[in-house]
Design a protein around this ligand. Structure first.
Ligand SMILES: Nc1ncnc2c1ncn2[C@@H]1O[C@H](COP(=O)(O)OP(=O)(O)OP(=O)(O)O)[C@@H](O)[C@H]1O
Length: 273
């Protein structure tokens, strides 16, 4: 169980996340929605401590994550993997090596980075790639893959961390609809087959409804809706956000396009997903 208790983060005068409390049972798939600037990324990043909270706590199985330091914090970050809108692969490395990076935190000391990966680790990486239909691409450079393929490599890399929790920050925002479906299916499979708790920031409400057990809607740092997908009706969306669903999604998508353009990595070949 993951417990977020009164969690908050201020940046200067702005409360990016404000007194958020959520209790997330093990194995739940949670979709977090909200406009640009609502605090979705900051919330996820506090769960693995990429961003430090200003107040509140995060507990995992009763253990205070917010108090972890040093090796204990590194261990938590291994068990709480994260994937991003822009995939964050090392573009010039081959796919297999990118996936093997997910094992590095399992190694005892920095010196072990310079040793070769074991045959067990390579087998694990190949099996993770095979699970997402990417074994044939194992020796290709990451930058030869389509966006949908790169995101599946990132998911395979996360899987090698043997996580208990997976944080996904707008994982399909840069993908065409077909690739987006394949990536969401992959996340759903990890959730259902491996029992990994998934927290996923999304801006397509129908995607959140289709894949998630629970939807948390944020507005100006606060939770304004928390419930099952069936309760997030079109009328409720209008009540919470003051616009209809299509307008809400267009606003969110436009903001994501702007932020992706501002951080665009190397160009990605437009292969099929
Ligand atoms: N490192 C930072 N420094 C200053 N302000 C920040 C920082 N990170 C986030 N913010 C601010 O906190 C608020 C919430 O940002 P956050 O990125 O969490 O929102 P979001 O819902 O994920 O939106 P988006 O999808 O656009 O990233 C915004 O006002 C943002 O400008």
């Amino acid at each position: 169980m993951l417990e977020i208790q009164g969690l908050g983060r201020r940046f200067g005068g702005v409360a990016a996340v404000d007194a958020v409390s959520l209790t997330i049972p093990a194995g739940q798939m949670v979709g977090v929605i909200g406009r640009s600037g609502a605090g979705k990324s900051t919330l996820l990043r506090m769960v693995n401590r990429l961003t430090e909270p200003s107040e509140g706590r995060v507990l995992f199985e009763g253990r205070d994550i917010t108090a972890l330091r040093g090796q204990a914090l590194r261990n938590w970050r291994t068990r709480c993997a994260m994937i991003f809108q822009q995939f964050n692969l090392v573009q010039r490395l081959d796919v297999l090596t990118n996936v093997l990076v997910g094992r590095l935190n399992h190694r005892p000391a920095l010196s072990s980075l310079f040793k070769r990966f074991t045959s067990e680790e390579r087998a694990m990486a190949l099996s993770a790639l095979d699970r997402f239909d990417l074994a044939a691409a194992a020796l290709q450079r990451a930058d030869t893959l389509s966006g949908g393929q790169q995101q599946r490599v990132a998911i395979a890399r996360a899987l090698l961390q043997e996580p208990r929790v997976l944080l996904a920050d707008e994982p399909i925002a840069s993908l065409d609809p077909r690739s987006a479906k394949i990536v969401m299916d992959a996340l759903h499979a990890l959730n259902r087959e491996d029992g990994i708790t998934v927290l996923c920031n999304l801006h397509h409400l129908d995607t959140a409804r289709e894949y998630c057990d629970r939807i948390v809607a944020m507005q100006a740092g606060r939770v304004v809706f928390d419930g099952p997908p069936a309760e997030l009706t079109a009328a409720r969306v209008r009540e919470v956000y003051g616009v209809d669903e299509a307008e809400f999604e267009e606003q969110a998508a436009a903001a994501l396009r702007r932020s992706a353009a501002a951080n665009r990595p190397e160009p990605v070949a437009a292969n099929a997903a």
